[in-house]
Every structure is written in structure tokens, then in C-alpha cells.
Design a protein around this ligand. Structure first.
Ligand code: CS2
Length: 480
């Protein structure tokens, strides 16, 4: 680490806080935070951001010595641009001081609580969308006034606001979940009902949970990225974010009405699409982008590729992903009004191929148990209902099954990160034949509903066996 360099520092006064963001990781800092900063620049408003890390103090420790300012490094195929983002006022660490987080969230100046806590952060069952009452954090949060989980913070903070006669904040989820606003609303209401039915009724009538579709590729920042940036700029930024040029944010324009025109930053002024219904955008993005991202992640990883751009540079994979879009994904959903899906597909392939973005297959492969349902399984279900087969996506699910066994096709260990990792590996190891391995993994009902498991079984086994016998390239060649 280049410690002898001066530390990055603030150049401007920070706007007063209007947003608390739960899960202040690289994605929100490279996406939502930049839109918010630009909206303040255009139209003003007290929309500074208080970040919250639910678990680790790392982000606070990196940002505090540099006035919570960080560099956003935009990496295009032809070059890069740097900007200094100065919209974060503070970072609170929930594990250290849950009371401070609740105080911030209950503050009447806060009108939005946005979230990027990843799929697993909602403590729900991905197959049904319901709150997981067996989740240890949820059990604890129903008992204790100081929460640990995302849903726990939302409900306990809303409880304080109701008691103080303050309107609720808008809950703005920015995670890649299906119908994310309605999903989070359901989770919050389930939790609140168990705590206090009057609170639930108040949230139901006064609260707002707009759905959003968020899009920007933001690979994790690596130590060498920090060093390279320091060498370029002559200052040390311990928490830069690296991102592609593309960005998109589609938001349902449904914010808490009690705040009138002050319910949100002027997002429309900076290119955010404020719409009545996000569903079509979300289907398109989750299925077209995240569905193929996950497919390329498992197959690319097993095929020996470290990043998505390396994976799609292999013509076998490029043809594979094009066929996925054309034959299996595009037929499964209705495009949003005015969107040309073929142009969208071409742009996606260019984004994946951007060599400046080193997005690791291993990173995208994380938490597959939480991602597969909305990225791939919904597409399979809709195609099966219309009598269409999906050999490519089924091969991707088969690759996931091999991936979560914890051993790759050459017998090398895989560092699988997933809330169900131990169970998935044990199930796979405990089964003997390919057929037994496939069927035991299909019996994990948090991921696969029973009907789908039955429909998938035979073709999935064929794909699984093919990957084991022919390898990834061999299997994709046969598919083509
Ligand atoms: C990726 C996403 O890590 C992943 O699972 O698929 O983070 C993806 O890069 C973003 O959703 C792009 O908007």
C-alpha cells in the first residue's frame, strides 16, 4: 500500500442528510450515490447519504480518514475517467452501534432508506419470497429491540417513527431481486405483523416500497487497483470504485406522499427513468444480464476462465451466450415499451467483452442459491409452460451443481461462497452417481420448487453428465 502519499480529502461541503443507505458497498457507491450527487448538482435538495455497514467496519475505516470521499473510476474499452464523489456524510457500523443506526433511520430529515444488502440480506426464502422465520437473525430481531438484520432495522426504525409521529421513509431496494419493492414490502409487513399488528397496518397504508431496476457492472476493487490509482493520481484512496461506463436506473415513482415534492432527489433530471411499473425492465435485466452473467460465471469458471471478458473472448462461449439470449431468454418475457431487445443484446455483449473490467467469474458465482431462482429458474418455468426446451440454461444449472460440489472438473477445490454452501457440498458428496447428485440437489426446496424439479430432472442429468464427460468446451460445442 502506498502509505507515504497524501490521503484523498473533501473539496466541498457535504449536503445535509436525506438518505440512509444500508449496505454501503461498491455497487451503490458506483451507481445510486453518483445519480444522487448529480441530482443534487442539478436541482439541489438535502440528499446527503449516511451509509450503514451491517457487518464489517472495513468501509467506515477506509472512508473515515478521507472525509468519506472516494474516487469513481470509469473504465471504458478506450480509456478511463476519474471523478471524486462527495455525497456520503458518514458511515455507521451496525454491529458496533445499532442504536446509532436506528437514531439515524428515525431522524425526520431522512426520507429514504435505500438498500443494497445482496439477495441473502433480506433473510427470505428465495423460492417463495417469504420471510424466513427460521433465520437466526430474524429470530433474534423479533426478540430484541436492537436488530442485526436488514428487515429488522427497517421495521424497528419504522416503529420509532410511528411512535414519534413522523411519517415513514420510502424503502428503496436496489438489489437484483424479482419485483424487489413488493418483495421487501411483503417481508417487512410479515415481520411487523409478528411484532405489532398496528405497526403493520400503519406501514401498509403510509409506507412506500417502489420497485427498482439497477444496472451497472462494478467488479470488486482489488489491492492492485488501489495501488494503480495512487500511482496515477499521487494520492491515496483506500476505497475507490471501478465501474463500466453504462448505467441504468428504473424506479417506480411511488415515494411516501407525506413528503410531497421533497420525497426524493430530482432523479429524472439525471437520467433515472421514473416509471409506473418496473416489472418489464426488471425481467429483461434479471434474465438477460444476470441470467447470462451467472451462466457464464459457472461455465466460465469450470472452463478455466478468471473473468467474464476472458470468457466471452472465447468464441465457443460467445456463441453460447448469443444462443441463450436468442433461443431461450428473449422468448420468455415481454420487452418494456420502446426497448429494442436485439440492440440491448448487442450492447450487453460489448459490456461483457470490455477488457478494462476485470469482473471475476468467482465473484459472480457467489450466492448462487439466492440468485438462480430469479435469474434462471423463472425463465425455465415460463419456457416449459409454453412447451419450449432450454438446453443452454439447463447446462448452466448443471454447471452450478458441479460448482457447489466444491471440486472442479480437474479435482481442484473451489472456494464456494454461499449461505447454503456447506449443505450443498454435503448433499453432493453424500450422493454416489451423477443421477443421485442431481436429484439430491434438486430436492433443495429453497431453490427449486417441486414441479420444476420434476420437469428438470432428466435433461439436467444429461447436461451434468455431459459436463463431467466432455468438459465445458466439449459440452458447449455439442450444444451449438
Ligand atoms: C452480477 C451483478 O455479481 C453478480 O451477480 O451479476 O452484480 C451484475 O454485475 C449487476 O447486476 C449489473 O448491473
Amino acid at each position: 500500500m502506498p502509505v507515504d502519499l497524501p490521503r484523498l480529502s473533501a473539496k466541498r461541503d457535504r449536503p445535509k442528510a436525506g438518505i440512509v443507505h444500508l449496505g454501503l458497498g461498491a455497487f451503490f457507491r458506483a451507481h445510486g450515490a453518483i445519480y444522487v450527487e448529480e441530482a443534487i448538482g442539478k436541482s439541489g435538495g438535502d440528499w446527503g447519504v449516511i451509509g450503514v455497514s451491517l457487518q464489517s467496519p472495513r468501509m467506515r475505516d477506509q472512508l473515515a480518514p478521507q472525509d468519506f470521499v472516494y474516487t469513481a473510476q470509469e473504465l471504458g474499452p478506450e480509456g478511463e475517467t476519474l471523478r471524486q464523489v462527495e455525497v456520503v456524510r458518514d458511515v455507521l457500523v451496525a454491529r458496533e452501534d445499532p442504536e446509532a443506526v436506528l437514531v439515524a433511520m428515525a431522524d425526520p430529515d431522512i426520507r429514504i432508506v435505500s438498500l443494497t444488502v445482496t439477495e441473502k440480506g433480506y433473510c427470505h426464502d428465495p423460492a417463495t419470497g417469504h420471510l424466513n422465520l427460521e433465520h437466526p437473525d430474524i429470530k433474534s430481531d423479533l426478540e430484541n429491540a436492537l436488530p442485526v438484520s436488514g428487515p429488522g432495522y427497517l421495521v424497528r426504525a419504522l416503529q420509532r417513527r410511528k411512535a414519534a409521529g413522523v411519517p415513514p421513509f420510502t424503502v428503496l431496494t436496489c438489489d437484483n431481486l424479482p419485483d424487489n419493492g413488493r418483495l421487501v414490502r411483503g417481508i417487512v409487513l410479515e415481520f411487523a405483523k409478528l411484532l405489532d399488528p398496528d405497526l403493520a397496518a400503519w406501514i401498509e397504508s403510509e409506507g412506500r416500497f417502489p420497485a427498482t431496476m439497477v444496472d451497472r457492472i462494478v467488479p470488486a476493487t482489488k489491492p492492485e487497483d488501489i495501488e494503480a490509482l495512487a500511482a496515477k493520481t499521487g494520492y491515496l484512496d483506500e476505497a475507490p470504485v471501478l465501474h463500466e461506463p453504462f448505467r441504468q436506473w428504473v424506479v417506480e415513482d411511488d415515494f411516501v406522499p407525506a413528503y410531497g415534492v421533497n420525497a426524493r432527489p430530482d432523479l429524472a433530471a439525471v437520467g433515472v427513468e421514473l416509471v409506473h411499473n418496473v416489472t418489464a425492465y426488471e425481467h429483461m435485466k434479471l434474465r438477460m444480464l444476470n441470467g447470462t452473467h451467472s451462466s457464464l460465471a459457472y461455465l466460465g469458471y469450470l472452463g478455466g476462465y478468471e473473468t467474464i471478458s476472458e470468457t466471452v473472448a472465447d468464441p465457443v462461449f460467445a456463441s453460447f451466450v448469443k444462443a441463450l439470449w436468442r433461443d431461450e431468454i428473449i422468448p420468455s418475457f415481454e420487452a418494456p415499451p420502446g426497448v429494442d431487445v436485439n440492440a440491448y443484446t448487442e450492447a450487453l455483449l460489448d459490456r461483457y467483452a470490455n477488457p478494462a473490467i476485470r469482473h471475476r467469474t468467482w465473484q459472480i458465482a457467489m450466492d448462487g442459491s439466492q440468485k438462480l431462482p430469479q435469474r434462471i429458474l423463472g425463465t425455465l418455468r415460463d419456457n416449459f409452460a409454453k412447451g419450449r426446451s432450454c438446453p443452454g440454461l439447463i447446462t448452466a444449472v448443471a454447471a452450478w451443481m458441479i460448482y457447489v460440489s466444491g471440486t472442479d472438473l480437474n479435482g481442484k477445490q473451489i472456494d464456494v461462497r454461499d449461505p447454503l454452501a456447506d449443505r450443498l457440498r454435503e448433499l453432493s458428496e453424500g450422493a454416489e452417481t451423477n443421477a443421485e447428485k442431481v436429484s439430491t440437489l434438486l430436492s433443495v426446496t429453497e431453490i427449486f420448487d417441486e414441479d420444476l424439479a420434476v420437469q428438470l430432472k432428466d435433461t439436467l442429468l444429461a447436461a451434468y453428465s455431459s459436463l463431467r464427460e466432455r468438459g465445458v468446451a466439449g459440452t458447449l460445442e455439442v450444444l451449438a
